[in-house]
Design a protein around this ligand. Structure first.
Ligand code: SF4
Length: 572
């Protein structure tokens, strides 16, 4: 079974903006009363999650008297805004600017004496807000038949709810052109909606089955399902992966997945994962994939090969011990972190969360066994080497532990960017510093080059994973660099830091006459930079294994380049 996920599936720009504003506020004002006016988005799971973060849902009729009220992306009426301000309530207006534009159009034309015609769903929150700006004088219609029944006006404007179907709006506008002398047509359907609907049409016409994910009360998700039904016989509108249990997808060779503007990524990912599990033909392949990518085997192998690459690049005697230490270290640290990460992993990578949690016992045994094997190998090192290894274990694992400082709980993990720096440092110690020192390489230049190369690869890779997990981390309240600095600024800062480190390392290698090491460093740096630019510029990064292969695969570059150099320099 082939599963195709629509690129436009998930939060639209306006919903993401409202969600981010809300999460920022919840983080900043933990002890204050925060309410959203109605559900922030039409998604039960996201609303429940917000509630667990202290953001409660209030109704228009609730007589709130203090705290902050968040206006959702659909907007509200001007009367409600005035009323809240009069009551002394702080208002955080997260109305989507595109909805704000429709409100302004209505307000401006009402003042010029135009009749306002709105094409939209009765009772929809956005329509209620638009009606408010028309001061109750708007005509609300949904079909071209209703347009026929309207009286003839001298001058009128017609606007649309931002999420309605394009064809419905065009049909209505055509009828109105015949009836109104001075008609201004403003198609205010949001391009994010039309793009999502167009993609759903195309996808539905080429697959055997369409799964539309999103709240049953979400108008835009329901519309997406309706549109898909015009092009595909088997369309299912589900809220979560639990509803997939009642659907037999086995007869279908291709399944398309799309989702409404209010569906969080973690729910879409859970559905895709459940579909993959249901796909019996590929179940074995999926389990192999899971062990490779979700249980860190691929990453541990990358560390093993990176260590082998360092041995060749720095002309160390070839030894199995240090690559094995690198493998055991990465395997145990990755899995023990995954096992204790709880909600954080659930929101950022639900597929990995479920995979790891369902194998919790076996993974714990294997990880603890790996730690013991690691420490046994550590005993064969010098006292200093063993000390470095223990430091790396602490950096990789124990930095999640909370300690009380001045009566307040603190853990290094909560310092923004600490994860990226500490992982870079820990990998550098295990993969470069320990084998080099064990082989009596004490030259500061070699140690800087070896550790710097590993740091560069790991630092850029971990930040890219933060870009991938951006939405889930936001939900989980994690402060990663992209969340703290914004995606664009974080990408710029990390990119320029990488350029600076790469120039410094390559320059140092060339000026100290280490030409082969300089070539390895330059090629690896250019490859890391290109991968970073490619993925950091993407709005969303799919969790399909390809990303993991490319990003963790950078670790193979030094080995590959060193082997090529070895072959060419040994050729007579
Ligand atoms: S669908 Fe468009 S108008 Fe509506 S909230 Fe999203 S971005 Fe804004």
């Amino acid at each position: 079974m082939k599963i195709i996920v629509a690129e436009s599936a998930g939060f639209c720009w306006g919903v993401r903006r409202a969600m981010e504003k809300t999460l920022e506020l919840a983080e900043k004002e933990k002890s204050k009363s925060i309410h959203t006016l109605g559900p922030l988005i039409h998604n039960k799971q996201a609303v429940n999650f917000l509630s667990s973060r202290g953001v409660k849902e209030a109704q228009l009729s609730d007589n709130l008297q203090d705290g902050t009220v968040i206006i959702r992306a659909h907007g509200t009426t001007p009367e409600m805004l005035d009323d809240l301000k009069k009551r002394g309530i702080t208002v955080l207006n997260a109305t989507c600017p595109r909805v704000g534009k429709v409100q302004a159009l209505i307000k401006g034309h009402l003042a010029k004496g135009y009749t306002i015609i709105i094409v939209g769903d009765i009772g929809h929150a956005e329509v209620k807000s638009l009606m408010g700006y028309a001061q109750g004088n708007a005509k609300l219609i949904q079909t071209s038949d209703q347009a026929e029944t309207l009286p003839d006006f001298d001058k009128a404007i017609v606007v649309s709810q931002t999420t309605i179907d394009q064809k419905t709006f065009d049909d209505i506008a055509n009828v109105l052109r015949e009836k109104v002398k001075d008609l201004k047509v403003f198609c205010t359907i949001c391009d994010s909606t039309s793009k999502r609907q167009d993609e759903a049409k195309k996808l539905a016409s080429k697959v055997d089955c369409m799964i539309i994910v999103g709240g049953h009360h979400s108008a835009n998700t329901t519309r997406l399902a309706e549109i898909s039904r015009r092009f595909c016989e088997n369309v299912y509108h589900i809220e979560t992966e639990a509803e997939l249990r009642n659907i037999d997808v086995h007869p279908f060779r291709t399944v398309g997945v799309s989702a409404g503007a209010s569906t969080p990524n973690w729910i879409i990912n859970s559905v895709v994962q459940a579909l993959r599990f249901k796909d019996r033909e590929k179940a074995f392949a999926f389990h192999v994939f899971g062990w490779m990518f979700y249980c860190g085997i691929f990453r541990s192998l990358a560390a093993l090969f990176l260590c082998a690459g360092i041995q060749i690049t720095f002309s160390l005697p070839q030894s199995w011990k240090f690559p094995l230490i690198a493998f055991l270290y990465l395997f145990s640290v990755t899995n023990l972190n995954g096992i204790v990460s709880g909600d954080t992993l659930l929101f950022s990578d639900p597929t990995r969360f479920h995979f790891v949690q369902s194998r919790r016992r076996n993974l714990s045994i294997l990880s603890i066994f790996s730690i013991f094997a690691l420490l046994l190998l550590g005993l064969t090192l010098s006292l200093f080497g063993l000390g470095l290894l223990l430091l790396a274990v602490i950096l990789g694992l124990l930095y999640r532990i909370r300690v009380g400082i001045g009566g307040r709980p603190f853990r290094i993990f909560d310092i923004p960017g600490s994860k990226n720096l500490l992982h870079g440092l820990a990998w550098s110690i295990v993969i470069a510093a320990i084998p080099m020192l064990a082989h009596h390489i004490h030259s500061p230049v070699s140690l800087i080059l070896g550790s710097g190369l590993v740091f560069l690869i790991v630092f850029s890779g971990t930040v890219l994973f933060d870009f991938k997990d951006y939405q889930g981390d936001r939900f989980a309240g994690k402060e990663t660099l992209p969340i703290l600095l914004g995606r664009h600024r974080a990408a710029q800062i990390v990119l320029w830091s990488m350029v600076a480190i790469a120039l410094f390392l390559s320059g140092l290698a060339f000026t100290s006459g280490r030409i082969e090491q300089a070539i390895v460093l330059t090629v690896t740096s250019i490859y890391s930079l290109l991968v970073f630019i490619h993925y950091s510029s993407k709005g969303t990064i799919p969790s399909d294994g390809q990303f993991e292969i490319v990003v963790d695969g950078i670790a193979l570059a030094p080995l590959f380049v060193s082997l090529v150099l070895l072959i060419f320099t040994k050729t007579p």
